[in-house]
Design a protein around this ligand. Structure first.
Ligand code: NAI
Ligand SMILES: O=C(O)C(=O)[C@H](O)COP(=O)(O)O
Length: 378
């Protein structure tokens, strides 16, 4: 059997450890992968920075494309299927990471502005892998939610009976609005400009808007002119050349890192690896898992005034999006754009809640909440 060649985005962690037993592994920055690198490649494994389309793949040997992330807007799936190229993407791999980012920020906002989250409504638009995890965590934390997901309701109308699904306009009246849809411009429920300039006119100054899904779902030009209590932006149009006016409005602006926990990245790689082994009918080799780091040191907490403050402290110790904001923040916008990709390519390692142990004083209620959220308590 001839040795296979795999071209892999160098931001795929443990690419060599995981994939080398399948063939020769060539790693390249995702944005730099070009047609000529793929002429003799059997498989291409990407994250979100490689546009996978005809101009990339024409006349190459590639017969398998794996994406270790979730968004599909950079993949021309129609082209892949007409050319008989197998495609797999690691759906759900980073859902916990994004949900933890959103929940941490909600607690940071509550502490900063001095409000009680249990008195606010949270609208979740797009209730798939990420949105449903935001919902389940918010429920555990006593936050009232509204949900919007027309494709999901069409497939399963019974959801309306038991869950707080409603229309988009009602969701847009919630205190906090967070979007978790894909970016799509076709089909029955396109999301490009879903929260349009017209819809943003009805947003009021006490509201909070979060976009950790994709730039373009919320109309950026209109959003930057909309008065809100806080804007949280992780995903932007034209990354890394992000809109200065919108950036200047952000309470927290991060460079598309909500899904960047180590656990999410490794899950993405591992899912693609499992699928490729199946596709090539090769028995998977799990020895790469020895290369993974151990769980982090336990989190020690101080007794704070109330449960919300204590949870904010714990969440922020697992991963603090405000530090990611500071890492790229500058008065000089050109500087922000320069730092944007550099920071995400050298992103500090952090672990999800399921890997975290909290050293707690004897507070049963707090401990039960943390256990329900996936933490371990000691
Ligand atoms: N910031 C980051 O690092 C990350 C961002 N993402 C983005 O978040 C998006 C969501 O991720 P997942 O939950 O894993 O995807 P998913 O496919 O599991 O869920 C998306 C949900 O949105 C719903 N939806 C589609 N069109 C809609 C519309 N017009 N209105 C309301 N709902 C609609 C779908 O029915 C589905 O339930 C991804 O497509 C990706 O663009 C995902 C992971 C990491
Ligand atoms: O899964 C997705 O979709 C995302 O947005 C990823 O978190 C993006 O990760 P990168 O490939 O851009 O590091």
């Amino acid at each position: 059997m001839t040795k296979k060649t795999l071209v892999i985005d160098d931001a795929v962690p443990y690419a060599k450890e995981i994939f080398s037993h399948l063939g020769e592994v060539i790693t390249l920055p995702g944005r730099d992968i070009c047609n000529h690198h793929l002429l003799n490649a059997d498989a291409l494994i990407v994250r979100s920075r490689t546009q996978v389309n005809e101009s990339l793949l024409k006349n190459t040997a590639v017969k398998y494309v794996g994406s270790t992330v979730v968004g599909l807007d950079h993949i021309d799936q129609h082209y892949l299927s007409t050319e008989g190229i197998t495609f797999y993407s690691a759906q759900g791999c980073n859902a916990n990471s994004v949900a933890e980012y959103v929940i941490t920020i909600l607690f940071q906002l509550a502490e900063h502005f001095g409000f009680d989250l249990s008195r606010k409504t949270l609208a979740i638009i797009g209730v798939g892998n990420v949105g449903s995890r935001v919902y389940s965590k918010a429920k555990i934390l006593g936050i009232e939610c509204l949900l919007n997901d027309p494709p999901k309701i069409e497939a399963n109308p019974d959801l309306l009976l038991n869950e707080p699904y409603t229309d988009l306009d009602t969701c847009l009246k919630a205190d906090i609005i967070t979007v978790h849809t894909p970016l799509t411009s076709n089909g029955k429920h396109p999301t490009l400009d879903l929260i349009s300039a017209e819809k943003l006119k009805r947003v009021e100054p006490h509201q909070i808007i979060i976009n950790a899904a994709r730039g373009g779902i919320i109309n950026e030009a209109a959003w930057s002119k909309t008065k809100t209590l806080a804007n949280i932006i992780d995903c932007w149009e034209n990354e890394p050349y992000i809109d200065k006016a919108l950036y200047d409005t952000a309470f927290i602006a991060t460079p598309h890192i909500a899904g960047h926990s180590l656990d999410a990245k490794v899950a993405g790689s591992s899912m693609v690896y499992g699928n490729l082994c199946k596709h090539w009918q090769i028995t998977p080799d799990k020895s790469w898992q020895k290369a993974l780091p151990k769980s982090p040191e336990p989190i020690e907490i101080q007794n704070l005034a109330n449960k919300q403050a204590t949870l904010c402290q714990i969440f922020s110790k697992t991963h603090n999006p405000q530090a990611d904001d500071l890492a790229i923040r500058s008065e000089n916008h050109d500087e922000v754009e320069k730092k944007y990709e550099k920071f995400r390519r050298n992103f500090p390692v952090y672990r999800e809640w399921q890997q975290q142990k909290v050293l707690l004083p004897s507070d049963k209620n707090l401990c039960n909440t943390l256990l329900s959220l996936g933490f371990r308590c000691h």
